[in-house]
Design a protein around this ligand. Structure first.
Ligand code: DMJ
Length: 634
């Protein structure tokens, strides 16, 4: 179009033609040029007012869209509504109105019936429905964030009783307790000075040390020591450790770790630090790490791999473990931590994983009622029939008992499995030496190896802890067994030159409670014997247990303490120590904590409120009646 073609229409069309009613009647000429300027202006004003009114009617009147749809689209709107209803084939607006009314009536009746149903439900059922809805909402609200542990459900934190303790009444005990705290300070300060951020300290050469059990995760000593620092009221150190966890503890590593070690030390340490201090960072980190461990359960049976690459999620077993088996003490020592992870994250997956392990075990035939150390996660069949209450088996039994105790004695399955297993151990593995020392031997396809490991010495404490609930009036009997094991383990210390126990001791070839092989003579600051003294002290208040603990303290001070911390020693029968130059993280987590509790009052971390994981990290009992719930997730 040219400008010329358009201009006559635009410029010369008589305004009167458009707006005849506005033209002046007397006017001779109808030409727009004959209007005066003011008239033109008024006409323009009237015209624009009219346009504005029209638009206003469409856009600014209330609910104009409904008005329009009611006027112009009435029948199609009703059709849309009735497409899902039973009368959808009827046509016509009168029929549609009827259908609409019928539908409203039907919905109304349905709502009334539902309300009636709800009112007829028992209060318990209604309560359960509400809880189920709540759990669903919590799970949904966690959304993606829960996957990386950053968006956890709200939990009102209440500190469980006995997180710290009063000074003991008796002056000697007070002094001894203070001494243990000083030892902790020396171990911690040395680590801080020479190995801060590394997994462990080399106290002789004074630098950091990292075991491959943790891949490239760092700071094992910091996480393992957190709760010990807290219960000893070393709050300045605890704050420095917390700060490190916040800023530097990193699980995003491309490395293979031991699922068991990472669980008992890192997950356990973080959980305890959370329950003692209430600091959210520990809950967040524990759940984050727990999530990273979950791919370990991707096996045909759900029995987890021993080793897991945290980045790829690929797992495998130790190459030395019978035919690619998983290890009883490893897959059987996840239960306590994983139950708490579910509780603190609102994610039931953790609990399901460990409950499934029990299911697999309960389906299997057990030789003489015993649990072999090796189980193939692909076939679900036992590997070699080796049984031990020490290395490879130990904490599996411990966690059965403690799962029952931690559940406020509601986990009947755990209870039954524990007491049945203990009976089989008593029948097949527990023996008395010629001179009356009770020991727990190792079982290899029906043959006994008369050796007891330092690790096995924890069993004294475990049996004492479970004695109270023993079925068939066996409480007294089990307390005696526990006391005898404590005595045997004390003998294993007393019969060495340095008064510290060997890694394993034998009851054959004319010896009792003595290591005969060179590679079993070392002492690596392990806690099990002191752990048993602590339990025995709590249950009997027999002063000998404190005395035995004090003997160990003196030996540790004399032979393991060095300028840069505490070191393990290679031969406890040598006349002077040959250092292994490692300060194990469990020395701070367990050995020093159990010593401190041995010289504390009973209401410090009392057993009715706390259960210790296998690395001595205290976890609160989960109350069944909810009246004493330290932390409420539900
Ligand atoms: C700790 O890591 C744990 O106690 C584990 O259950 C066994 N070994 C060490 C201490 O000896």
């Amino acid at each position: 179009h040219s400008t010329q073609t358009l201009s006559p229409l635009k410029g010369k069309m008589p305004v009167a033609t458009l707006l005849p009613f506005t033209a002046t009647p007397n006017r001779k000429s109808a030409s727009p040029t004959s209007f005066r300027l003011t008239e033109k202006f008024i006409l323009l004003l009237v015209f624009s007012a009219f346009i504005t009114l029209c638009f206003g009617a469409i856009f600014f009147l209330p609910d104009s869209s409904k008005l329009l749809s009611g006027v112009f689209f009435h029948s199609s709107a009703v059709e849309t509504n009735t497409h899902t209803g039973p009368d959808s084939s009827d046509a016509g607006s009168a029929g549609n109105d009827d259908r609409l009314l019928a539908k409203i009536k039907k919905d109304h009746e349905k709502a009334l019936l539902e309300a009636k149903d709800t009112l007829q439900k028992l209060p318990d059922v209604i309560q359960n429905d509400i809880l189920a809805d709540k759990a669903k909402v919590t799970k949904e609200s966690m959304g993606k964030g829960a996957k990386d542990g950053n968006n956890l459900p709200f939990i009102e934190y209440h500190r469980p009783p006995g997180a710290t303790g009063l000074e003991p009444q008796d002056p000697e005990t007070r002094e001894r307790r203070a001494k243990i705290k000083e030892m902790m300070k020396h171990a911690w300060d040395s680590y801080k000075q020479y190995a801060w951020g590394s997994n462990e300290l080399r106290p002789v050469s004074k630098h950091g040390h990292s075991s491959n059990l943790f891949g490239s995760i760092k700071g094992a000593t910091i996480v393992d020591a957190l709760d010990t620092l807290y219960i000893m009221e070393m709050f300045e150190e605890f704050d420095a450790a917390t700060d490190w966890v916040e800023k530097s503890l990193d699980f995003n590593v491309n490395a293979e770790v031991s699922v068991f070690e990472v669980n008992i030390r890192f997950v356990g340490g973080l959980l305890s630090a959370y329950y003692l201090s209430g600091k959210e960072v520990f809950r967040r980190k524990a759940v984050e790490l727990g999530e990273k461990l979950l791919p370990a359960f991707k096996t045909p049976t759900g029995i987890p791999w021993a080793l897991l690459n945290l980045k790829s999620g690929i797992g495998r077993n130790w190459p030395w473990a019978s035919g690619g088996s998983s290890i009883l003490a490893e897959y059987g020592t996840l239960h306590l931590e994983f139950m708490h992870l579910s509780r603190l994250s609102g994610n039931s997956e953790f609990a399901q994983k460990v409950m499934n392990i029990r299911k697999v075990l309960n389906r299997l035939e057990k030789p003489q009622g015993l649990y072999p150390n090796y189980l193939n996660p692909n076939s679900g069949q036992w590997g070699q029939h080796h049984v031990s209450v020490g290395g490879l088996g130990d904490s599996f039994y411990e966690y059965l008992l403690k799962a029952w105790l931690m559940s406020d004695k509601t986990d009947e399955e755990g209870k039954k499995m524990y007491y049945d297993a203990l009976q089989a151990i008593e029948t097949n593995l527990m023996r008395k030496s010629t001179n009356g020392l009770t020991y727990i031997a190792e079982w290899k396809g029906g043959l006994l190896e008369h050796k007891m490991g330092h690790l096995t010495c924890f069993a004294g404490g475990m049996i004492a802890l479970g004695a109270d609930g023993a079925p068939g009036d066996k409480t007294g009997h089990q307390m005696e067994q526990a006391a005898e094991i404590a005595r045997t383990c004390h003998e294993s210390y007393a019969r060495t030159t340095l008064k510290l126990g060997p890694e394993a001791f034998r009851f054959d070839g004319g010896v009792e409670a003595i290591a005969t092989r060179q590679n079993e003579k070392y002492f690596i600051l392990r806690p099990e014997v002191i752990e048993t003294y602590m339990y025995m002290w709590r249950f009997t208040h027999d002063p000998k247990y404190r005395e035995w603990g004090w003997e160990a303290v003196q030996a540790l001070e004399q032979h393991c303490r060095v300028d840069g911390g505490y070191s393990g020693i290679r031969d406890v029968y040598a006349s002077s120590p040959n250092y292994d130059d490692v300060q194990q993280s469990f020395y701070l987590a367990e050995t020093l904590k159990y010593l401190y509790l041995l010289f504390s009052e009973d209401d410090h971390l009392p057993f009715e409120h706390w259960v210790f994981n296998t690395e001595a990290h205290p976890l609160p009992v989960i109350r069944k009646d909810k009246t004493d719930r330290p932390n409420e997730v539900e």
